[in-house]
Write a protein that binds this ligand. Structure first.
Ligand code: 3PG
Length: 214
């Protein structure tokens, strides 16, 4: 495996859950990240969907010990470069394009690209990727889809995201080609808006204790 692939593998192996975080207010960033880490979730994906996302990432990277912080919703080279400048340790994309893969080659920030079909998985495998985001997981066939892939393309591992809940996470984690799951369920909007970090910590703790189930 390349050095980038090794880094992504090590990050995903810290699962079982990667919180997918949308930060609306910079003031929320550090306490929210602390609550997640205190609850046992150390790998944090900050989505680039709000104007404060990169500033939030910078604050978390410098102030929250034990957080492994990356960016999500990376769509192009400029976002990958901006993520590196902000201190991201990894980057996640909902899909993959030739231009994005070109930008990611040899980049300081390792990329976890997304796939939702067999051909997309094969395309990314041809580009050397063995770890992929499966997005949108539930809308694209869910655990049954990944389970079907396990025997056909056994050397590619996934982090399914999109529609994952405490109710279905266990069935994803039971599949041999799933390393972890991503999701936002432990961050209910009303609790975040209220600054109820205890509630977030408790929800994170429950998520960190999720295990494979059939
Ligand atoms: C996302 O990128 O927003 C993730 O897929 C989170 O999806 P969820 O909100 O369904 O967990």
């Amino acid at each position: 495996m390349s050095e980038s692939a090794d880094r992504i593998a090590a990050i995903l192996a810290r699962g079982p859950v990667v919180p997918v975080i949308v930060i609306d207010s910079l003031a929320q960033a550090v306490p929210l990240a602390r609550a997640l880490v205190d609850g046992g979730l150390h790998v944090l994906e900050i989505t680039l969907r709000t104007p404060v996302a990169l500033e939030a990432l910078r604050a978390i990277a410098s102030e929250v010990r034990d957080a492994v912080v990356g960016v999500g919703t990376v769509l192009d080279r400029s976002q990958l470069d901006a993520a590196a400048k902000a201190g991201a340790q990894f980057a996640v994309s909902p899909g993959a394009t030739p231009q994005l893969l070109d930008a990611a080659r040899g980049h300081a920030v390792p990329l976890l690209p997304g796939a939702a079909t067999v051909s997309e998985v094969m395309f990314l495998r041809e580009h050397g990727y063995r770890h992929l985001k499966f997005f949108p997981a539930e809308a694209s066939g869910g655990a049954k889809f990944l389970s079907s892939l396990a025997s056909v393309i056994p050397d590619v591992r996934f982090c399914p995201t999109g529609g994952v809940t405490p109710g279905n996470a266990g069935s994803y984690l039971a599949i041999p080609n799933v390393l972890c799951v991503g999701g936002s369920w432990m961050l209910p909007k009303d609790r975040v808006a209220a600054g109820d970090w205890d509630a977030i910590r408790v929800a994170a703790r429950a998520a960190s204790e999720l295990r494979a189930s059939t």
